[in-house]
Design a protein around this ligand. Structure first.
Ligand code: SF4
Ligand code: SF4
Length: 426
């Protein structure tokens, strides 16, 4: 019998009945999707444990940190620099927004044709079901797409502690200056929140910690180049999802443990699926917990996912920060340089992303790319057309899927995915 966390959830102000319902849905989906996979690496046991304790032990750890004076910052986007939060004695957690909740209430604030990710952020707040959201001392929104930008105007009064970061829309010098300026402003806001001044030393240390986490994820990604694939796309996605809320040092060590095991599997030609199983690169909108629908459909349709061109994947973790500077200015410049390379579809033009997708398809020996766009997400859906063209120009088959968090279209998507796999088998 596990620990009873009811009192902790009650103190956080969660709606216990709704929260129980959410945990039930989450637990059942996890069991059906992850625990039924065959031939999983043993190291996934750590991630299974983390998921089983996602609202339990991890929240207790965060509350213990808070009791010792540390602040918790929640974020919805990979443009929010974890390095600055860590350097000012705060912990950054990703707020997942990967499931529908309290939709009737949500539609009192947002038009029906809003993407599922934004609706989910509202649903978790209105339903009082997310202990991360409720334990955060500051929530950071960012002006990325129009949907988020406008939605934060309504989310702010609901949370009472929303900080909005402005973000550039072009990869110009002016855009970079804006990002650098916004990171300075964020540093000042975090210092005011924690009462701890960031120093070059603390920032260097934080850069080291976050780089180590990203290096571990790079190691995991690169091991997926091999055929047979040593780990499923679902499990690799899970590791990426967990990276947003786990303790960074413990997460890094756990990813290296699994990589050691995968290296042995590769040496023994042991895969999660037989050699020559069709290999898919997934590209597009981020997939937050518990949004596992499309990867689950793909991997139960006779293919294996070998990479994610996504913010919960390589787009979010690809670049490291140069930590060699010694002054605050040098280190803050390096952070802005690093994040400015993130090729989110909100940028125009966004040619780098097309190049990254084709490079990834080649690096991971993908037989085809499935582009995932959340319904009503204009940036990614519009960009999916040039993405498809760039891939097909290089004879890399591409399938564009538009969906949401509901299961109503699962059968129809499966039929399309199976036909696509047939096509790439030839
Ligand atoms: S897709 Fe864009 S807006 Fe969404 S998390 Fe990534 S960078 Fe942020
Ligand atoms: S999925 Fe698209 S529309 Fe939704 S928040 Fe992200 S960029 Fe905006």
């Amino acid at each position: 019998m596990g620990t009873d966390y009811t009192a902790m959830w009650k103190d956080l102000g969660l709606n216990l009945e709704s929260h129980d319902a959410l945990l039930g849905v989450l637990g059942n989906a996890y069991k059906d999707i992850f625990l039924t996979q065959k031939n999983r690496p043993e190291g996934m046991g750590y991630f299974d444990f983390v998921m089983s304790e996602v609202h339990g032990l991890r929240i207790k750890e965060l509350l213990d940190e808070k009791a010792q004076g540390r602040k918790i910052i929640g974020s919805y986007c990979v443009f929010v620099p974890e390095e600055i939060a860590l350097a000012a004695n705060a912990t950054l957690v990703g707020l997942c927004s990967g499931a529908d909740f309290a939709m009737e209430e949500v539609e009192r604030y947002l038009p029906r044709n809003t993407c599922a990710l934004i609706k989910s952020a509202f649903g978790f707040k209105l339903g009082q079901v997310c202990p991360y959201l409720e334990s955060a001392d500051m929530i950071v929104g960012e002006n990325t797409c129009d949907g988020k930008k406008k939605a934060y105007e309504s989310l702010g009064p609901l949370t009472g502690n929303l900080y909005v970061m402005d973000l550039p829309q072009t990869k110009s010098d002016r855009g970079k200056d804006l990002l650098r300026h916004e990171y300075d402003r964020f540093k000042t806001a975090v210092e005011a929140l924690t009462g701890v001044a960031v120093t070059p030393e603390s920032l260097k240390e934080a850069i080291k910690t976050v780089n180590a986490k990203r290096e571990a994820l790079h190691r995991l990604s690169l091991l997926r180049k091999t055929d047979p694939a040593p780990i499923s796309g679902l499990d690799a996605l899970l590791a990426n999802q967990v990276s947003f809320y786990d303790n960074p040092a413990r997460f890094t060590a756990s990813v290296h443990t699994i990589c050691d095991e995968l290296e042995k599997r590769i040496a023994g030609k042991q895969g999660v699926a037989p050699e020559k199983t069709p290999r898919i690169l997934l590209s597009g909108c981020p997939m937050a917990v518990p949004n596992w629908k499309l990867p689950w459909i793909i991997e139960t349709s006779g293919a294996v996912i070998v990479g994610e061109e996504s913010c919960v994947g390589e787009r979010g973790a690809r670049n490291l920060t140069d930590g060699s500077g010694t002054t605050m200015d040098e280190l803050m410049d390096a952070i802005a340089d690093r994040y400015f390379k993130v090729d989110c579809a909100i940028f125009t033009p966004n040619g780098d992303r097309l190049g990254h997708i084709t490079d990834m398809a080649e690096t991971y020996q993908a037989d085809g790319v499935i582009h995932y766009g959340l319904q009503f997400c204009q940036p990614y859906i519009m960009e999916s057309i040039p993405v498809e063209k760039a891939l097909e120009d290089r004879n890399i088959p591409c399938l564009r899927i538009e969906t949401d968090y509901g299961m109503e279209d699962a059968g129809q998507i499966k039929t399309r995915v199976e036909a696509f796999i047939e096509r790439i088998i030839g």
